[in-house]
Design a protein around this ligand. Structure first.
Ligand SMILES: [Zn+2]
Length: 471
């Protein structure tokens, strides 16, 4: 690699640090939460606006801009086919509560850009825009064509990239810049299904609810039952985690757990499980209701799907996980939503067949909601090897390509893997951020400009490497 070219590139990026922060804040000011939209703005007006704004930033710099059905955008160095596409997203999660700063009126403090979307994922998008500008400014004779692709529905359902892949040509290779270094070469598959009891509950079960979203292990679940002699006499057997409120006609039960992500459920405590287990052990309900709860409880016996006969593991992505994460009454039937993260070598049909069979044996039916196939990029691909080596050289680490249970655009794109821009570790300054603040989906989301610039310098070297490589 030409060292002097690299040094010029670093100087360019350092000189443009302020401009980069300004451009990032321009985008953060648009509250681009993806919402159901219409034909013209499929993910809402704000997602379209942020996409157009970013495309015009690129056009001002002379990049080849293209917009695909107002869902995905592209900024390429040259016209024609793209060899390597860098993918980021411009939509953000809703602002949520507890902000000490203003989510959509960003500021820079101590080198942090603070605002919703600053780090996930607008910082990487603007950063890549500067990487392309830098390559252009240096006038390097690149052999391949590079582009920045912009999505607008990553956080809600990735319908943007699904649509793009269906109707348009993706680049030969895609690098998703919405993750951590070094290379994430495998993402587990995801299945969402609902398990619904064939028999209804008796009128003893008045209300049942637990869980907010399929990908969250719930920290709270509740059930309201009729105040019967049997129920009252069982209350003494309830554990401390389940609170009972005795009212005139009913008893309200509330179970507490410890919240977590269903992709990493091992250290969470599922409140739905706490609730069903307690009601069964205390025998608060008639036999017919306990029979229904028995299966729901068994599904959450462990987080590996033992009861559903879907134990699975491979050397790439580890063990399958399965969490019954939402619970409600559907008419008078029990309805448990399960979220499964399965290994890349597993087949989804085998799993859904097993689940359907286990359900049938226990008086339940399975209602399949979503299968998102796993992603697996060959580990021995030279790009994976070289980009990992590059990261290790730059940071003095010895990290290996990794697999994960979360999901990025890489799972929707052919020939794709995630690479950066996050670095492991790194504490936020305590005088600037309260505990639990500053993270990607949390309050006071922050982007560390120093770290982003380090990542961009790695991307520059990555492009110089890829340019010499057979893809
Ligand atoms: Zn993201």
């Amino acid at each position: 690699m030409n060292e002097s070219v690299y040094r010029q590139a670093c100087a360019y990026l350092d000189e443009h640090r302020e401009a980069l922060a300004e451009d990032l804040m321009r985008l953060v000011r648009i509250p681009s939460v993806s919402v159901p939209g219409d034909r013209n703005a499929p993910f809402g007006e704000n997602c379209l606006r942020v996409l157009q704004e970013t495309l015009s930033m690129g056009q001002e710099r002379g990049f080849v801009a293209e917009i695909y059905d107002n869902q995905v955008g592209k900024l390429a160095l040259k016209p024609g086919e793209v060899d390597v596409g860098f993918w980021g997203h411009l939509d953000v999660v809703p602002e949520g509560g507890n902000w000490e700063h203003s989510p959509f009126d960003p500021v820079v403090e101590q080198g942090y850009v603070i605002g919703r979307g600053a780090s996930d994922n607008k910082g990487a998008v603007v950063g890549l825009l500067y990487v392309l500008s830098c390559l252009q400014a240096l006038g390097l004779p690149l052999k391949k064509n590079y582009a920045l692709y912009l999505g607008t529905d990553e956080e809600r359902g990735m319908a943007d990239v699904e649509h793009f892949v269906k109707y348009f040509n993706p680049p030969k290779m895609s690098i998703v810049t919405d993750c951590g270094f070094p290379v994430c070469y495998a993402e587990k598959g995801i299945i969402d299904a609902r398990l619904v009891s064939v028999a209804p509950f008796t009128s003893n079960v008045v209300e049942l609810s637990g869980g907010l979203a399929s990908n969250v292990v719930p920290d709270s679940a509740s059930m309201t039952i009729l105040k019967t002699e049997k129920a009252l006499s069982g209350l003494a057997a309830l554990p401390a985690e389940v609170e009972a409120q005795v009212e005139e006609r009913v008893i309200r039960l509330t179970a507490k757990g410890v919240c977590g992500h269903t992709a990493f459920p091992q250290n969470a405590v599922n409140a739905i499980r706490v609730l069903t287990d307690a009601v069964l052990k205390a025998e608060l309900l008639p036999e017919q209701d306990l029979n229904i709860l028995h299966f729901l409880n068994k599904v959450n016996d462990d987080v590996y799907g033992t009861t559903l006969h879907i134990l699975s593991e491979d050397e790439i992505s580890g063990r399958l996980t399965c969490v019954g994460s939402t619970l409600c009454l559907r008419d008078r039937h029990a309805d448990l939503g399960i979220n499964i993260r399965y290994p890349v070598k597993e087949r989804d049909e085998r799993l859904t067949d097993s689940i359907a069979t286990a359900c049938a044996q226990h008086g339940f039916v399975m209602d399949l909601e979503r299968v998102s196939a796993p992603n697996h990029f060959p580990l021995n691909h030279p790009a994976v090897q070289k980009l990992t080596e590059l990261y290790n050289q730059e940071t003095g680490q010895d990290s290996k390509p990794y697999a994960m249970a979360g999901g990025t655009y890489a799972r929707k794109l052919p020939n794709a893997f995630a690479y950066g821009p996050g670095f492991p570790g790194g504490e936020l300054p305590k005088e600037l951020f309260s505990p639990g603040h500053g993270g990607a989906h949390g309050p006071d989301e922050a982007l560390d400009l120093d770290r982003l610039l380090r990542a961009l310098k790695i991307y520059i070297k990555a492009i110089l490497l890829l340019d010499e490589m057979e893809l």
